[in-house]
Design a protein around this ligand. Structure first.
Ligand code: GTP
Ligand code: NA
Ligand code: MG
Length: 278
């Protein structure tokens, strides 16, 4: 991209960690903390990703059911995460999937913020978690390292503001940018066949702007964007970089990790998709 056309974009954050350490609870706590009173009835998540605003700045969270999806996407060469939140339960400590998550994040070159969760529990041992993680090169700043640790309780909503603060801080160091003024490119994070709406793909736009009416190729599928639906279930006309959006109008269901590209017209899209199918 021409550097002059690059504009700041929100960070894309993935939450990873061992089973039951509180990934989903943490994502729920973040979302609820950021829901205004007027939205109270609308906090139900519509898609597997959402954006929150903290001090007027957006952060995109991808809600992966574990890190399988992350691994699958990485295997397909799709890099969709800027920052990994490693959730470690303070009572349980480092477990096998904690280590797997660290390895995935390191292999992808993604900075890790450690969220030591469940600190409300009487048997919580946050310092033990920190001690354990030093073995994997994750050393707290207070101990002379450069890893950000935040002690949180997803259940009691402790430390959520601080975590968001730290995400923005780490994100500032990366100077995340994208050009919104060109045809979109994005990655499918999930897709399914909806009874009423047909194939629906949740796409994270990574560069450019996706518009209703655009002709797209998505993996082996193609179509013209009939409608775009945001994370709150609202119809939108366009999706800008780092924005997750449901895309309607594809001829078939694509796979997680497939890349979406905008092409000249639907005929071109179809030709390209058919070429790929053979
Ligand atoms: P998987 O997706 O199955 O890997 O689990 P997860 O990491 O998403 O954990 P989840 O959010 O489902 O939480 C697991 C259990 O821990 C639930 O019973 C939560 O209520 C509980 N839990 C999560 N966060 C906290 C916390 O901060 N404090 C306490 N006391 N319990 C918590
Ligand atoms: Na669970
Ligand atoms: Mg979960």
């Amino acid at each position: 991209d021409d550097p002059e056309t690059l504009e700041p974009r929100p960070p894309i954050v993935t939450v990873m960690g061992h089973v039951d350490h509180g990934k989903t609870s943490l994502l729920d706590a973040i979302r609820q903390t950021n829901v205004t009173a007027t939205e109270a009835g609308g906090i139900t998540q519509h898609i597997g990703a959402y954006q929150v605003e903290h001090h007027g700045r957006k952060i995109t969270f991808i809600d992966t059911p574990g890190h399988e999806a992350f691994t699958a996407m990485r295997a397909r060469g799709a890099q969709v995460t800027d920052i990994a939140i490693l959730v470690v339960a303070a009572d349980d400590g480092v477990m096998p999937q904690t280590i797997e998550a660290i390895n995935h994040a390191k292999a992808a070159g993604v900075p890790i913020i450690v969220a030591v969760n469940k600190i409300d529990k009487p048997n919580a041992q946050p310092d033990r978690v920190k001690q354990q993680l030093t073995e994997y090169g994750l050393i707290p700043e207070a101990w002379g390292g450069d890893t950000v640790f935040v002690e949180v309780s997803a259940l009691k909503k402790i430390g959520i503001e601080e975590l968001l603060e730290m995400i923005l801080l780490v994100s500032d160091l990366k100077e995340l940018k994208a050009n919104p003024n060109k045809p979109a490119r994005g990655t499918v994070i999930e897709a399914q066949l909806d009874k009423g709406r047909g194939p629906v793909a949740t796409v994270l736009v990574q560069s450019g702007t996706l518009n209703v009416g655009d002709a797209v190729v998505v993996g082996l599928t193609y179509g013209r964007v009939r409608a775009l639906v945001d994370d709150k279930g609202r119809r939108v006309k366009k999706a800008t970089p780092s924005m997750p959006v449901e895309v309607l109008g594809l001829n078939d269901v694509p796979s997680a990790g497939d890349i979406l590209v905008v092409v000249e017209d639907e005929k071109t899209a179809r030709t390209l998709a058919e070429k790929r199918q053979n």
